[in-house]
Design a protein around this ligand. Structure first.
Ligand code: PML
Length: 247
C-alpha cells in the first residue's frame, strides 16, 4: 500500500499561524488536505492569507513505533518537574535553567525559536546548529487506531495539540541517546506543556506557564557524544508513524 505525507503551513501577513502534518493512505489524501485547509482558515491566531499544502508519496517505509504512555500530572507543575528531570537523567538545576530559557525566549534577542533547542547533558551546551531556527522534526504521522485510543484514554483532556505533541515527542525519543524533551507552548492561550522521558512516558503538565505569556519552545535533552548530525537528519527526514500504545 502506498503511503503519503501531507503537510500544511499557514500564515497571515507573513507571520506563521498554524501547521499540521500526517502520514496517510492514498485514499485518505483528499480528506486530509481538506481538513488541513479548514484548520488553516479557522485557527484561533487568526485567518490565514497564505496556505501551503504539500502532498508527497513516501519513498521509504516509515518506522512504526508505539506512542509513549501519557500521564496527566495534577498539582504544581514545578514540583513535578523536580521529580521528572532526574527520572530523565537531567540534573535539576540544568532542567530549570532550560525551563526559564524557554519562557524568556531561547533565540538571540529573547525571541522564540520555530524549532527546538538541543541541550547536551550534563554540560548544558547547546548543540543545535542554528540558534535562531532550532531543529524541527518532520514526516510524522499517527494511525487512526492510535488516535482513537488516545481520545478514549484522555477523555475531556484530549486536544489536537496533545495528539501532535505526543506523536512528535515519540519520534524524538525513539532516537538512541535522547533522554527526553521539555515543551512549553508559545501560544499565549495554551498553558499545558509536558516533559517526555525516553522509554517511560509523556507527562502532561497543566499551567506550566501563566496565561497570556507569549513565549515558549522545545528543548531536547541528549547524552554527551550523541551523533548530532544523524539525530537531525533522522528528525527531519525519516518517516515515522506512531501506532497504538504498548501492551
Ligand atoms: C498537550 O499535551 O496538550 C500538548 C502540549 C504542547 C503543545 C505545543 C503546541 O502545540 O504549541
Amino acid at each position: 500500500e502506498k503511503l503519503f505525507s501531507v503537510k500544511m503551513r499557514s500564515s497571515f501577513k507573513g507571520i506563521h499561524i498554524s501547521g499540521a502534518e500526517a502520514i496517510v493512505l492514498e485514499e485518505e489524501v483528499e480528506e486530509t488536505v481538506l481538513s488541513f485547509l479548514k484548520r488553516a482558515r479557522s485557527h484561533s491566531r487568526g485567518r490565514a492569507d497564505f496556505i501551503n499544502v504539500k502532498v508527497e508519496e513516501l519513498k521509504e517505509e516509515p518506522i512504526r513505533a508505539p506512542l509513549l504512555p501519557v500521564f496527566h500530572v495534577e498539582g504544581d507543575p514545578l514540583k513535578a518537574l523536580k521529580r521528572l528531570f532526574p527520572l530523565a537523567g537531567i540534573p535539576i538545576d540544568l532542567g530549570f535553567k532550560v525551563y526559564n530559557l524557554l519562557l524568556s525566549g531561547p533565540a538571540p534577542g529573547g525571541r522564540v525559536m520555530r524549532g527546538a533547542m538541543i541541550v547536551e547533558v550534563p554540560s548544558g551546551r547547546r548543540l543545535e546548529p542554528d540558534m535562531e531556527r532550532g531543529v524541527r522534526a518532520s514526516f510524522l504521522g499517527i494511525t487512526r487506531e492510535a488516535t482513537d485510543e488516545l481520545k478514549g484514554l484522555s477523555g475531556k483532556h484530549y486536544t489536537e495539540n496533545l495528539k501532535e505533541a505526543l506523536t512528535l515527542t515519540t519520534k524524538i525519543n525513539y532516537f538512541d541517546g535522547v533522554l527526553g524533551e521539555l515543551c512549553i507552548s508559545d501560544d499565549p492561550n495554551y498553558t499545558t506543556g509536558y516533559i517526555s522521558v525516553s522509554g517511560v512516558g509523556y507527562f502532561r503538565l497543566f499551567n506550566i506557564k501563566p496565561l497570556n505569556h507569549p513565549k515558549g519552545g522545545r528543548a531536547l535533552f541528549v547524552k554527551r557524544g550523541i551523533p548530532v548530525k544523524d539525530l537531525i537528519s533522522f528528525l527531519e527526514k525519516k518517516p515515522f508513524l506512531a501506532v497504538s500504545f504498548p501492551g
